[in-house]
Design a protein around this ligand. Structure first.
Ligand SMILES: C[S@@+](CC[C@H](N)C(=O)[O-])C[C@H]1O[C@@H](n2cnc3c(N)ncnc32)[C@H](O)[C@@H]1O
Length: 190
């Protein structure tokens, strides 16, 4: 069975086409930004957010090492996506990914929080194309992770099923709070 991170990447690969507009909401060391960059190609556009300078440096180095074009790496909260979105990209976001929690090997007190995560998800939902997808890899073993998990799950559970599919994917027999995926896909209007 597909592990959680490979499954999040499978969902991105199934959704994204060259030329698409996509968002990495939690850049970290840039693994997801690199995949997004490869999938959208020269003609696509990647917005990547993180609140730590080190994340931008690590991501830029990773993109350069893989001969990727420069991408839009933003030192700010994903909650402020609306302020950075180009007018021509409005209502045209094809995919977004979050890895919640803290950056492994870094300051464990710098974590994603329910308010900013849900604000960013709401903005992304507003700008998502039909058949576009938002993926959240939810880590919830650290202090505060359980609160974020519960707020997010409560918010996503009430999205209208006529407009959105909301998926939860994860293993239920693993020890130590295994991460799981929440994914939101916008359905075509009937
Ligand atoms: C689990 S790590 C992401 C790992 C990343 N996807 C990678 O490939 O390495 C979570 C990241 O979210 C960042 N973060 C926390 N709050 C944020 C916010 N409000 N906006 C954007 N990034 C945030 C942290 O600084 C951290 O780098």
């Amino acid at each position: 069975m597909k592990r959680v991170i490979p499954y999040s990447h499978q969902l991105l690969k199934e959704t994204i086409q060259p030329g698409d507009i996509v968002v990495d909401a939690t850049m970290g060391n840039g693994h997801d930004t690199l995949l997004l960059s490869e999938l959208v190609g020269e003609t696509g556009f990647v917005y990547s957010f993180d609140i730590q300078k080190e994340a931008l440096a690590a991501t830029k180095a990773r993109l350069d090492a893989h001969q990727q074009p420069p991408r839009t790496l933003i030192l700010d909260s994903h909650a402020r996506l609306e302020a950075y979105l180009k007018p021509e990209h409005a209502h045209n976001i094809k995919a977004a990914i979050f890895n919640l929690g803290y950056l492994p090997g870094s300051d464990k007190s710098i974590i994603t929080t329910p308010d900013s995560t849900i604000t960013a998800v709401k903005t992304l939902i507003h700008h998502l194309t039909v058949d576009g997808i938002i993926i959240l890899v939810v880590y919830h073993g650290h202090p505060g992770g359980d609160v974020e998990r519960d707020h997010l799950t409560a918010y996503l559970s009430q999205l209208d099923q006529k407009s959105f599919d909301v998926l939860r994917y994860g293993f239920i027999n693993q020890q130590n709070h295994p991460p799981f995926i929440l994914a939101i896909k916008k359905k075509p209007r009937k």
